[in-house]
Design a protein around this ligand. Structure first.
Ligand code: NAP
Ligand code: MG
Length: 499
């Protein structure tokens, strides 16, 4: 890797670059002093924090500092039973009995309390995940709040959303979420479930449970009836016990395709409803008539911010042959200016990789690429000594059948391929097992419609990337999953809508 990297660097015209390594902003860190964490967190069942049946706990680390943030409860099957029982009882006796208008009031209250405590949640999310504070403060937490507000509005309008079919809640929803957007994925799942009249048992990823546990405290502050949302921390096996539990009526999962398939096998024979939001390998297609500087910003936003820990990340750049030289040069220049480091610093563009194993997975892809002779480019940047870090990385010289083009890396790594015609671009974009998202960059509106309608992916952005809104449905084709979250589409998986 280093040889390719160095030789390429030496060939560059250093005078052309406005910024060189060593150039930096003054540090502007958010203070973690206001974050009050308990030493030990318990399970949130029936409105109370209670110890796990097995009396075991595990540590949660800050991936940027490798410091222990807290210990959290290691739940097991017995705890799943307790949580599902609590959720079932609250569903029958309280939550399904109160009018939609009242359910909506609770959701509005949760959204408002989150607004008041937005800064605290953003800082804790950055400490727990390693993502830059700019992301958690400007994207994650505002979107979390927007989702609670949005679904609060639907709670008393379900009959209008699904006219003539008398929509009914399903009962208890079992939800399992990943570590890349812990609080946002919780909001995507909890808000529509509650608006539709279901109660919830939710499991966060083991590396990032803290903001969801804080949300449990906030639910109590909001007066949410005990048992409406139950939070279980614990390993994957506990997640599977939730999937298999006969008292669970619907499963919602976001995570890897591998676990998604296991969940599908288990749910398929039980009659449970399920939605799966899995991996992606999105192509960002840049045509020769695209505004190049805008495209470069979109590419950078699509894969490098949030360390590429985004299922819909634009991890493959497909650029039309005539402009590939210029575009890649601009991209490399832009990479030189990206700041990798302290997630709590407001200047940081790229934070820490979420865990040691995830970093190893990314580095495995890069050393394999090196062995295969691909050209690897990384900007000059000093990485902090402690923590898990990967600089933004470009990989050129790849072709469609290579593993790095086909498989999800979930890191700040962008492969680059060129194409000549729109047909070729569409064929390359569609040729992976995934179909979650994509991007098209061109000056011509007609080309946007023509190309995007032929890409088999749930979301296509045109002349922008990674834009989210609670009113828009999100989800994938092929191995990227099934079902949609967000918008009105995100309500129906939590409702019986047959006559
Ligand atoms: P994962 O194993 O699929 O984890 C996602 C969630 O599923 C976590 O809460 C996890 O709990 C839980 N889980 C694990 N094994 C389970 C099982 N057998 N039954 C039920 N639930 C189970 O994903 P990961 O291992 O964290 O990451 C692996 C790869 O998945 C990444 O490299 C990336 O490619 C992909 N990924 C995709 C997304 C996405 O948004 N689509 C998000 C994260 C990761 P624990 O945390 O306790 O294991
Ligand atoms: Mg896993």
């Amino acid at each position: 890797m280093s040889e390719n990297h160095t030789s390429e660097k030496n060939n560059r015209d250093s005078a052309r670059l406005p910024f060189r390594a060593g150039w930096s902003y003054d540090p502007a860190p958010e203070s973690a002093a206001s974050i009050k964490l308990d030493k030990r967190y318990q399970l949130f069942i029936n409105g109370k924090f209670v110890p796990p049946a097995g009396k075991k706990w595990f540590k949660v680390w800050n991936p940027a500092t490798e410091q222990v943030l807290a210990e959290v409860a290691k739940g097991d099957e017995t705890d799943v039973d307790r949580a599902v029982d609590a959720a079932r009882k609250t569903y029958r006796q309280v939550w399904s009995q109160i009018p939609g208008k009242e359910r909506g009031k609770y959701l509005f209250r949760i959204a408002r309390l989150l607004q008041e405590r937005a800064r605290e949640f953003a800082i804790l999310e950055s400490m727990d995940t390693g993502k830059p504070i700019r992301e958690s403060r400007d994207i994650d937490i505002p979107l979390v709040i927007a989702h609670f507000f949005y679904y609060a509005g639907w709670a008393d309008k379900l009959d209008y959303a699904f006219p003539g079919v008398k929509p009914r809640p399903l009962g208890v929803a079992g939800q399992i979420i990943p570590w890349n957007f812990p609080l946002l994925m919780a909001a995507w799942k909890i808000a529509p479930a509650l608006a539709a009249g279901n109660t919830v048992v939710i499991k966060p990823a083991s590396s990032t449970p803290l903001t969801l546990l804080k949300l449990g405290e906030l639910f109590s502050d909001a007066g949410l009836p005990p048992g409406t949302v139950n939070i279980l921390t614990g390993p994957g096996e506990m997640g599977m016990a939730l999937v298999r539990h006969p008292g669970v009526d619907k499963i919602a999962f976001t995570g890897s395709t591998e676990i998604g398939k296991l969940i599908q096998q288990n749910a398929a024979t039980t009659g449970k409803k399920y939605t799966l939001e899995l991996g992606g390998k999105a192509a960002n297609i840049v045509f020769d008539d695209a505004p190049a500087d805008q495209a470069v910003e979109g590419i950078v936003n699509g894969i490098f911010f949030n360390q590429g820990h985004v299922c819909c990340a634009g991890s493959r750049l497909l650029v039309q042959e005539g402009i590939s030289g210029e575009l890649v040069r601009k991209l490399k220049d832009r990479l030189e200016t990206l700041i990798v480091g302290d997630p709590l610093d407001k200047n940081t563009d790229i934070g820490a990789i979420n865990s040691g194993p995830q970093l190893e997975k990314i580095l495995g892809f890069l050393s394999e690429s090196d062995e295969q002779g691909f050209r690897i480019y990384q900007p000059d940047c000093e990485l902090p000594e402690k923590g898990h870090w990967c600089p933004p990385t470009l990989v050129e010289g790849v072709s469609q059948s290579h593993r790095i083009v086909q498989e999800e890396i979930f890191g700040p790594v962008l492969t680059i391929q060129t194409f000549r015609t729109p047909d070729e671009a569409v064929a390359l974009a569609n040729n992976t097992p995934y179909g979650l998202s994509g991007g098209v960059w061109t000056d011509k509106g007609s080309k946007i419609f023509k190309v995007s309608s032929r890409i088999r992916a749930g979301v296509i952005w045109a002349n922008t990337f990674n834009k989210f809104d609670p009113t828009s449905p999100f989800g994938g084709y092929k191995e990227s999953g099934m079902g949609r979250e967000g918008g009105m589409h995100g309500l129906s998986p939590y409702l019986e809508v047959s006559e």
